[in-house]
Structure formats: C-alpha cells, structure tokens
Design a protein around this ligand. Structure first.
Ligand SMILES: Nc1ncnc2c1ncn2[C@@H]1O[C@H](COP(=O)(O)OP(=O)(O)OP(=O)(O)O)[C@@H](O)[C@H]1O
Length: 390
C-alpha cells in the first residue's frame, strides 16, 4: 500500500537521515517505526505526506509515485497526529475537530455534526466539544488530536509519538483505546515511537531503525521477540523478550492438565489419594472456589470442610494470552495457573514450566516450517543442478 523503494534523505549539512530504505507497509495495518533518537523515524514518516522530499528513491501510495500527486490532494487522504496534539488554542474542541471538513468545503452544520460524531468515537463526552484545548488534560487533548486527524475519514493515518507526552497510566489507556478504534476503522497507520513496548503492543509490523537511518529489521512483533536479526535489535528489544513472547501465544494453545481438581463434595481421602501437595476445589458448576493444601486437610469429611486459600487470578482460555497464564501460575499459592472458559468454569491447570513449553512448541513448529521451505528449495536446486552433475 505504502512502498518505499531505495529511499534516502540527505541534508545539505551532510546528515544522512534515512539511508537506502526499502519497505512495504500493508493496507489496513499498523506499522510502527521504532529506534533510538535521531535514527530517521520522523523523516521517514514525513516522506509519506511530502512534508519531507527524499533525496533518492521512490515513495508510492497504492502503486502511485507520490511525486505525481499534488501535496494538498495527497494530504487530504492522510491524517496526521503529533505529540502534544498541536491543537489550535483559540478554537473550541469541536472547531478543532471540524478543521479538515471545513477546509474541504463542507458546510458548518455538517462539519460540526461530523466533529460531534468523532468526539464520541474517541471516547470524549459531548459537552467537552465546547471547551478550549487548555481546559483539557493531556490525554484528552491527544484524543482530540486523533479525532481531528480522522476528520475527513482519510484511509491513511500518520502518528508521530502521539502518546509520548502523557503519563504512563493515561498512555496505556490511550493505547488500548487506539487498538479498539483501529478494529473499527481499519486505517493504514504508520506510527512513530521510541518505546519498544508501545511498538510491540500496537504494531502489526515493526520497523526497527538504527542510527544513521538504516533499517535493522522489519518483522511482526512476535518474530522480532523470537528472532532479533542481530545484537543491536536484541539489545533494543530488551532482556525479557522471552516472557514478552508469551503475549503472542493464545491461552487456548496452552497445554492444560485435568487435575488436581476436585468438587467440594468430594471426600478428603480422594484429595489425599491424588498424591499432590495442592488440590483445586470447584463448585457444582466447575467454578473454582480456592486451593486446599493437602497436608492440612481435616482427617475426614469433604473438601467443603477444608479451609481454602484464595485462588489468585485465573486466566481465560478465550480472551487471554499465555503471558496471563504464566502470571496466573506465579501468583497462585499452588504455583498452578487455573484456566477457565467463558462461564468461568475450570478447564484445567498448568505450572510455569508447562506454560513455557508453548514457546518451545512454537519454535519447533517454526523450525519445521523453515526446514520444509529449505528442503523445497534444495529439491528445486537439485532439479536444476542435476543435469550438470549427472
Ligand atoms: N532539517 C534538517 N536538517 C539537518 N538535519 C536534520 C533535519 N531534520 C532532521 N535532521 C537530522 O536527521 C536525523 C534524523 O532525524 P529524525 O527527526 O527523522 O529522527 P527521529 O528518529 O525521528 O528522532 P527522535 O526520536 O529524536 O524524534 C537526525 O540526525 C536529525 O538531526
């Protein structure tokens, strides 16, 4: 959709901001450009809407060289969001959002109606439309910035560190909201950040740049964590990438075992017979009640007579990742994660060691797939070289 072909940007002072970049950004996806300060992220972004012209190479949009498109026409189809939102201080929130529709010649009523709709879309109350930007918090201003960029419903959205200026809690909120919004809108989004965690949370694809404007790796977040291309990317991605990889494994893929899980009506002897230090006690709808420490069980009676330790967080087999499952194991008194279905009924349990097997399995599947590709390549190679050898 957006294609960079051998693109470089050199400034007259001798700086190479972007060096021989070739990259293809998928339609309807979020591509995050990430890297240390000064590595050329903003320059790359601004070459898409012609705020910066490349020194060499071609940028094309849906197959068309953007130099053939007049800048105002090009920018009409491209929303732009920057850090600190960049709102007009003397215009109300509603008028800020209506800016682009008005520029496009919509009448005032229609533009304001569209602005009100967008205000709601980014999760702000209707009354806020009458306020001025300085009467909003940083996070609210940022939402208005996003609403304004969506004014003319552009298919492409460029976002330059849009959430960097707000505190971590608001930032997490904005990121979650942004993911929700994108699920509705399916825009083609190019998002600049220097924060690898933000990149991994938001990106369908991530382009990691190194100083000197060179692309170090372009991959899915999952592959970036599993297979960083070199020491620079590995260092940039951070040390706990093994754990973070689990975010990309669905909890449904986690291998679970059935027990030790027993109903509260079971006699304590059954719990002892299980020969496990802990037993998960469930009600008659298989909902978890708590953990029973087997050595501390009463002599007789049922598990309903035992004092139970609180469950800790369970994980959903439908909605969660293997990372949530690992968290559930680490916070559980028994060190066993409890997996539940949509009704909250227990499906099974797993310990941290068993959970880590999910990435081992993912690696094995990937190696196998790669070997298949290589074997296919070898066969093709053998076919063409065969005549010479024979
Ligand atoms: N107009 C300019 N003239 C000369 N050099 C420039 C100009 N604009 C940017 N640069 C240089 O180009 C390089 C890339 O800048 P760019 O703003 O694209 O980096 P960035 O990765 O977005 O950095 P940051 O994360 O700090 O915003 C930097 O070394 C910068 O100093």
């Amino acid at each position: 959709m957006i294609r960079f072909h051998a693109v470089s940007k050199n400034y007259p002072n001798g700086t190479t901001a972007v060096d021989d970049l070739s990259l293809e950004l998928a339609e309807g996806g979020i591509t995050v450009l990430v890297g240390p300060s000064g590595c050329g992220k903003t320059t790359t972004l601004r070459m898409i809407n012609r705020m910066v012209e490349p020194t060499a190479g071609t940028v094309s949009l849906r197959g068309r060289d953007i130099r053939e498109i007049r800048a105002p026409e090009l920018r009409r189809g491209i929303g732009y969001v920057i850090q600190h939102a960049g709102l007009f201080p003397h215009r109300t929130v509603l008028d800020n959002i209506a800016t682009v529709p008005l520029l496009l010649g919509w009448n005032r009523k229609k533009a304001r109606a569209r602005a009100a709709e967008l205000l709601e879309l980014v999760g702000l109350p209707h009354e806020m439309g009458r306020r001025y930007p300085n009467q909003l918090s940083g996070g609210q201003q940022q939402r208005v910035g996003v609403a304004r960029a969506l004014g003319a419903d552009p298919p492409v959205l460029l976002m330059d560190e849009p959430f960097s200026a707000v505190d971590p809690i608001v930032r997490t909120e904005l990121q979650a909201e942004f993911v929700r919004l994108q699920k509705e809108l399916h825009k083609t989004i190019v998002f600049v950040t220097h924060d690898i965690d933000e990149a991994i949370r938001l990106g369908d694809h991530i382009a990691v740049f190194r100083t000197g404007g060179r692309l170090a790796q372009f991959d899915t977040p999952e592959r970036l964590l599993a297979h960083p291309a070199d020491a620079f990317v590995a260092g940039f991605v951070g040390q706990d990438r093994g754990i973070r990889r689990l975010s990309f494994v669905k909890a449904a893929e986690v291998p679970l075992r059935d027990g030790p899980v027993l109903p509260a009506t079971a006699p304590v002897e059954r719990a002892r017979a299980a020969r496990e230090p802990w037993v998960l006690v469930i009600d008659d709808e298989r909902r978890p009640l708590g953990w029973a420490a087997v050595p501390e069980l009463p002599q007789n009676g049922t598990l309903a007579d035992a004092s139970l330790l609180p469950l800790g967080p369970t994980f959903s087999l439908v909605a969660d990742s293997a990372r949530a499952a690992l968290d559930s194991a680490l916070l559980s008194p028994s060190r066993l994660a409890v997996g539940v279905d949509t009704d909250g009924a227990v499906v099974g349990v797993a310990d941290a060691y068993e959970l880590s097997a999910t990435t081992v399995a993912a690696d094995a599947a990937e190696t196998e797939a790669n070997e298949d590709v290589e074997a296919a390549g070898d066969r093709a190679g053998a076919g063409s070289a065969g005549g010479g050898e024979g």
